[in-house]
Design a protein. Structure first.
Length: 88
């Protein structure tokens, strides 16, 4: 969702560097994957096409913080679970 962002803090030889990846347009999201010594943060379109990717060595990552976008009350109402009515 637009506004979602991930903040990555990385050890850089005694210093720390902070990177951010943000979903910049409507319909995009930020995915985080990790494995085999890598942490990968990717901005992805609705169709699953990666727009941009940031890769870091897992041993150097100090913190990885996901910040969801602020949502209004109207958006929360749209996602409520409604009971399924079945007519017999």
């Amino acid at each position: 969702m637009k506004g979602d962002r991930v903040e990555i803090v990385v050890d850089a030889s005694g210093d720390t560097r902070t990177y951010e990846v943000e979903a910049t347009r409507a319909g995009r999201r930020v995915d985080v994957t990790h494995g085999r010594g890598l942490v990968e943060v990717t901005e992805v379109t609705r169709g699953g096409t990666p727009v941009r990717t940031a890769r870091f060595m897992a041993a150097r990552v100090i913190a990885l913080v996901e910040h969801p976008s602020p949502r209004s009350a109207a958006e929360d109402d749209d996602e409520t679970v409604r009971p399924l009515r079945v007519s017999a």
